[in-house]
Every structure is written in structure tokens, then in C-alpha cells.
Design a protein around this ligand. Structure first.
Ligand code: IVH
Length: 678
């Protein structure tokens, strides 16, 4: 026996439908949420509870029905009453102008034609049928005449209204649009797949297609899909505006997401401008687009123009250069970086992709080669989006030739022949040759010369390569033995620039210990670590003799960094280089020597509130120089708390624990008595 629903419960359920539908619309369609999450959850739970008590309340358009349903055995076929057409393409400005000319010829008019401009989303075309404002059925395009019923899957997508947001909608309204996966959702989905040891999807379009093809809609419900609508199909029992862009705006008011980049162009020149503008913005958009669709905006003119074969005469898609192309993997070479990392680089049959000709792409490391399962001779898909370096995204298995070769990771460095070593747990393999390896040497010299290191003006990457390749430069210290004559023999090097370089080298000799340490290019020693090391040890000599235990006393230095530093100063050729650099005149002032002069060693200080004379990082720096640790929270182990205006809970805690508290003046006085000049 089903219980009769009290009228006020019925009423409340409808109210909750409205609240939740509107909240979904604001959140998923307008990107402008108004209802707080907690309130949304409360309403949803209330509705779920009502539906549990009175199951007759559950309707197909209830906001609770978005979680997916029992799996289907197969998709049913659906015949589109109005065929779903495709679009003609244009690939150049001229072809777009031809499109416009054909239209004006056919209309027998020389007046400019107004166009609607919309990004061409790269997803899956769908048709949604609403009867009396309620979603009845969703179908794929299929062959344009017959598609598949994917209603259960589409229902799980929050930007698909289950019920339209107005009463004045046509009795029958078929809306068409694209279901797609935004780039961020795609990346997150693939990351999850990778962690689970699964292969993931090649691109957002495949991910969207795969998600919609699920017989189990509960899986679709987990996928970050969105709908954007771009036209109407069958419309009965109601009228729509007379211009395409106005129809879409009407659809937007009824509950559908439309593309926020949609625009009206007064003539074909404005269309070309729009195409250029969006082309520049393409990589910043949250979703993939593969071109711009231009449509004659007047519906009356659309009707006059009609169709040819499977495409309308009144619309065209002006495609962007493809971001993915197929080509052949000719070979794999191995490049060696500054730290010896050996990176596999794909040599490709040149292919035009993303607007440029690509003949190399990175394969990252051994794991990536394994993940792709790629062999030499394979046909691969290359992706180049924006300025991102070209990637190999997948292998076209069906095109593998019989003589495809395994990619062999070298056991010896391709540049210097030293053994290549892979540390366990690390995806990267490294050449063990250190500075013997000319590839590492080039990178090491480039790093040494860079702005944050020795800051050698005019010593760019190209010049370093030239100098090493010509045999003029064998080591970092060799820089300081360069002379004018051999320099001017280099290509593109006049006497003036050679002299400028020598002057810059001379200037660079006066440096600081942190910069010098950073310039040495010790693994994992970036600017900040170099600074900490310099401050802690004060003198290079002391640092060079420190063992890993002593090194780990330094702020932010753990066992790994300590190991790299100690190892660096154990290698004779590194010691020789350091000595050679000093002999050549590289010099610096010792840092304020801290060891033995660390009156605050063993103490933990906490800074809270606003400091007015010192910046917080200066105060922290000074305290650390004196040997104190600076922590973020107050505990019984805290030695002193420095509290400025606005201090709150930390100061209260200090008082509770009866800890010494200083204000900023007190801190400065203490620092001065310790010999710090401020
Ligand atoms: S209009 C009769 N507008 O592109 C016109 N299509 O090659 C029908 N597409 O299957 C399409 N964004 O899936 C139109 N703003 C847009 C579009 C768009 C993507 C897809 C659609 C269609 C294909 C045509």
C-alpha cells in the first residue's frame, strides 16, 4: 500500500525542485552560484527523505535523479525527426570569404551579411527533446538520421536541465548542442586513472565520448561532463526569436548553458577578426575548440539559403590548425641535461601541427615510453597545443609495421660514453660522467653564467654551445681564460662584442658566496639552499669539509640535499674547478660567520602580528643567523614570542604558557646587542 501524499508535502517537494533546479542553473549554467553549498545539501537531503517516504514523488525531472540508474543491456536506436547535419569547412581567410560571396550571390545581394560567431567545441553532438518543458529523451547524432538513446547518461550532467525554467516554452522543443569535458576535468580524470594503473584517455573528446558510451550511467555520473547548446531542431507549439543569437539567448534563459564567447559579426571581415582573436585565446579557454562556426544570423535568410547534401548553406566551420596529427616515429635519440638526466627525444617525420612543423617531441623518460608502448617505426599521434612542447600522446596500434623496433635505453651516455645510472625509485636515468660529459658541461656553463648565478652579460646559450663545440671552452673556469683573438674568429662575433664579453666576465668575478654556490649547479641546490648553506658555514672552506651530518644542521637541508652537497665536494674534478675559479680571480666576502656565534642556538622563536620596521622575513633571517629556529606556532618549547600589533591567539597562548614576549622594539634591541646592524 502506498501512502497518500499530503498536499503540503507535494507542495514542498515541488518547492524543493525549484530551489535545487535554480541553484543548479546558477552554478552550472551561469557560473554564478548564489545558494550556499550547505543550504543546497540540506534541500537535497530533505527532498531525498520525502521521496523515500513517498516514492510516488520521484519523477524523471526530480533533482535527485542525477546519480545514474541501473545499467542498460544496450542502447536503443532513435530516429531524428529532423536530421542532424554536419558543417562544411573553411581552412583559410579566402575560403571563408568565398563562403560569404556564395551566400550573397544566392541571396542576390551585395549588402553585408550578419553572422553569429561561436567556438566549435570539440565534443559529442547531442539532441535533447523536451516535451512540456521536461527532458524526455537524449540522443547521439549517430549517422545524422539514426542515433542512440543516451537519456540516462545525459541526465547525470548538471548543466542539462531536467526541467526548463519557464512555462512559456514550446510544447515540443528539441535542443542541440555539444557535450564535452573541460580540460581541467580531463586532466584530473587522467591523473586518477594513472594512479589506478589504468591507461586514461588520449584527449578530452575521447574522454567525453567514452563517458557517454557507458551502459552504466552511474559511471557517467562520475565524469566531469558539460553541455553547451548551439541550435534547435524540432519546435512545435511555440515561437522562437528571429535571429540565431537571440534564440540561443532565449535557450539560456530557459536553463541551457550557451557559449560565453558567442558574438555577432556585422560582416565577413569581422568574422575573420573574431577568428584571429579566439585563435589567440584558444589555449586559455577551459575547453578544447577546433575552430569557429559562422552562421547566418537571420533565420529568415537561413530558410532562403537551405541545405546542400548533408550541410546547411548558411553555416561553415573555419578550422584552426589541428593540434593533433599523425606521423611516423623515425628514431629516438637521447639528450643529456645539466644534471645528467638522459631524456628520450622522438625524431619524427616532419608534420604540420598546431600551426608549426614539428620534427621532434619529448618522450620524457623510460616510464613514459613504457606507458605509451611505443616502438620505432610506429605511427604516433603528436600533440602541440599553444607553446607547450610537442608531446607523443599515443600509438596507432593498427599501423604498427612488422619491423617496428624496441626503443633501447642506452647503458652509456651518447655524448661521453660514461655509464648511465638509474637510481631506484626514480624515473630519470642519468649520465654518470659529470663535467667530463660535454653535454652536461654546456648546460653547467649556461647555468653558471645565468642571471641569478654569476650573471655574465652576453654569454647566451648559443654562444656557450659554439665555444664548447669549437673546443675553446672545456670547463666553467675556462671562461676566465678566454681571450680576444680566438673569440673574434667565432661566427657572428665582432671585436666589440668579444670585448664586451670579456668585460662582463671580469665584472662577474666579484660575487657573493650564495651566488657562487648556486652557480656551481650542485643538484637540488637552488638559490634559497645556496643562501642557507652560505650563511650557516660562512666560508666556502668550512662547507667543503662538512659531512652529511653537519650539512643537515642547515635550515631546509635534509639527507638528500646533504648527500648531493657532500658528494659534489668529494669529487676531485669539482675541487679542481673551484680552486681554478678562485685562482682566476673569482672572489666574494665571507658571509657573517655563524658557527660559534650562535647565541640563540637551540631556541625556538615565534613571530606573530604585524612588524613595522622589519619585514617578517628579515626578522626571521636575523633570528636564524643567530642560531634560532623560527616556528609558526606557540608551544611549551617556544623560547620567546615576538608580538606586533594585531597579534591574537598566538600571543594569548604565550601568556597562558607564561612565555617571554617581546615587541618589535625589544626584538631590534636584542638584535643590536648581538652585533646585527639595523
Ligand atoms: S552547428 C546545422 N555549432 O560540429 C549545423 N556545430 O561538423 C549543425 N559543433 O556535429 C552544427 N560546436 O557536433 C554547430 N557552435 C557549434 C558547434 C558545432 C561544435 C560540432 C557539432 C557538429 C559538428 C559539425
Amino acid at each position: 500500500m502506498t501512502k497518500t501524499i499530503p498536499p503540503e508535502t507535494q507542495q514542498r517537494a515541488l518547492e524543493l525542485h525549484d530551489i535545487l533546479n535554480r541553484a543548479n542553473y546558477q552554478y552550472y549554467v551561469l557560473d554564478a552560484p548564489e545558494l550556499p553549498d550547505a543550504e543546497y545539501d540540506r534541500c537535497l537531503r530533505e527532498l531525498q527523505a520525502l521521496e523515500k517516504e513517498y516514492p510516488q514523488l520521484i519523477s524523471s525531472d526530480s533533482p535527485t535523479q542525477r546519480v545514474g540508474a541501473e545499467p542498460l543491456a544496450a542502447f536503443t536506436q532513435i530516429r531524428h525527426e529532423m536530421p542532424m547535419l554536419s558543417l562544411d569547412n573553411a581552412f583559410s581567410d579566402e575560403e571563408l570569404e568565398d563562403f560569404d560571396r556564395r551566400i550573397r550571390d544566392r541571396l542576390n545581394s551585395s549588402d553585408p551579411v550578419e553572422y553569429a560567431c561561436e567556438p566549435k567545441l570539440d565534443g559529442i553532438a547531442v539532441s535533447l527533446l523536451y516535451r512540456d518543458g521536461i527532458l524526455e529523451r537524449a540522443a547521439t547524432r549517430g549517422d545524422g538520421t539514426v542515433g542512440e538513446d543516451i537519456t540516462q547518461n545525459v541526465r547525470t550532467i548538471y548543466s542539462v536541465p531536467l526541467k526548463l525554467l519557464a512555462d512559456d516554452v514550446p510544447a515540443v522543443l528539441e535542443v542541440r548542442g555539444e557535450i564535452y569535458m573541460p580540460k581541467a576535468g580531463f586532466a584530473a580524470l587522467n591523473e586518477k586513472a594513472q594512479k589506478a594503473g589504468e591507461k586514461g584517455f588520449v584527449n578530452p573528446r575521447n574522454a567525453a565520448a567514452g563517458s557517454l558510451r557507458q551502459l552504466d550511467s552511474r559511471i557517467t555520473a562520475q565524469r566531469p561532463l558539460e553541455l553547451c547548446v548551439y541550435s534547435v531542431g524540432l519546435v512545435q507549439g511555440g515561437d522562437l526569436p528571429e535571429r540565431h543569437t537571440e534564440i540561443l539567448e532565449q535557450l539560456n534563459r530557459w536553463g541551457f548553458r550557451i557559449n560565453s564567447e558567442m558574438a555577432v559579426a556585422e560582416n565577413i571581415q569581422a568574422c575573420i577578426d573574431y577568428y584571429r582573436r579566439l585563435g589567440e585565446k584558444r589555449t586559455q579557454l577551459a575547453y578544447d575548440i577546433d575552430g569557429i562556426v559562422f552562421k547566418v544570423n537571420s533565420i529568415a535568410l537561413q530558410k532562403r539559403l537551405g541545405f546542400v547534401a548533408r550541410a546547411p548553406r548558411w553555416a561553415t566551420a573555419y578550422k584552426f590548425p589541428a593540434q593533433e596529427e599523425m606521423t611516423e616515429l623515425l628514431d629516438v635519440e637521447f639528450q643529456v641535461g645539466r644534471t645528467g638526466a638522459v631524456t628520450p627525444v622522438a625524431r619524427l617525420q616532419p608534420v604540420f601541427v598546431g600551426g608549426v612543423t614539428v620534427s621532434n617531441a619529448t618522450l620524457h623518460n623510460r616510464d613514459e615510453i613504457e606507458r605509451l608502448g611505443v616502438k620505432i617505426g610506429d605511427t604516433v599521434i603528436i600533440r602541440r597545443a599553444g607553446d607547450v612542447i610537442p608531446q607523443v600522446v599515443s600509438v596507432v596500434d593498427s599501423r604498427r609495421p612488422a619491423d617496428a623496433r624496441e626503443i633501447e635505453f642506452p647503458s652509456h651516455c651518447p655524448v661521453c660514453d660514461s655509464p648511465v645510472e638509474a637510481s631506484p625509485g626514480e624515473a630519470v636515468a642519468r649520465c654518470s660522467g659529470g663535467l667530463i660529459c660535454s653535454a652536461q658541461r654546456k648546460q653547467a656553463i649556461k647555468h653558471f653564467a645565468s642571471r641569478k648565478a654569476m650573471d655574465i652579460d652576453g654569454l647566451g646559450d648559443k654562444l656557450v654551445e659554439q665555444l664548447v663545440d669549437e673546443g675553446l671552452l672545456k670547463s666553467v673556469s675556462g671562461l676566465y681564460h678566454l681571450s680576444l683573438e680566438p673569440l673574434v674568429t667565432l661566427e657572428r662575433m665582432g671585436e666589440k662584442s668579444a670585448q664586451n664579453l670579456l668585460d662582463a666576465l671580469e665584472r662577474s668575478k666579484a660575487t657573493t658566496l650564495p651566488k657562487f654556490l648556486y652557480a656551481l649547479g650542485i643538484r637540488e641546490v637552488g638559490e634559497a639552499t645556496a643562501r642557507n648553506l652560505a650563511r650557516h658555514f660562512g666560508q666556502l672552506e668550512k662547507l667543503m669539509h662538512a659531512d652529511t651530518e653537519a650539512l643537515q644542521q642547515v635550515e631546509d637541508v635534509g639527507p638528500v640535499v646533504a648527500h648531493y652537497v657532500a658528494e659534489f665536494f668529494e669529487q676531485p674534478h669539482n675541487l679542481e674547478e673551484v680552486a681554478a675559479l678562485q685562482q682566476a680571480g673569482v672572489h666574494w666576502e665571507d658571509e657573517v660567520q655563524e658557527l660559534g656565534a650562535q647565541p640563540l642556538a637551540g631556541q625556538t622563536w615565534v613571530l606573530t602580528g604585524k612588524l613595522e620596521t622589519l619585514s617578517r622575513s628579515e626578522a626571521k633571517d636575523y633570528l636564524q643567523r643567530l642560531g634560532a629556529k623560527v616556528a609558526g606556532s606557540v608551544s611549551a618549547n617556544t623560547h620567546t614570542v615576538v608580538a606586533g600589533p594585531g597579534a591574537g591567539s598566538k600571543l594569548n597562548k604565550a601568556r597562558e604558557l607564561d612565555l617571554p614576549v617581546l615587541d618589535e622594539e625589544g626584538l631590534m634591541a636584542m638584535l643590536r646587542t648581538q652585533g646585527i646592524e639595523i
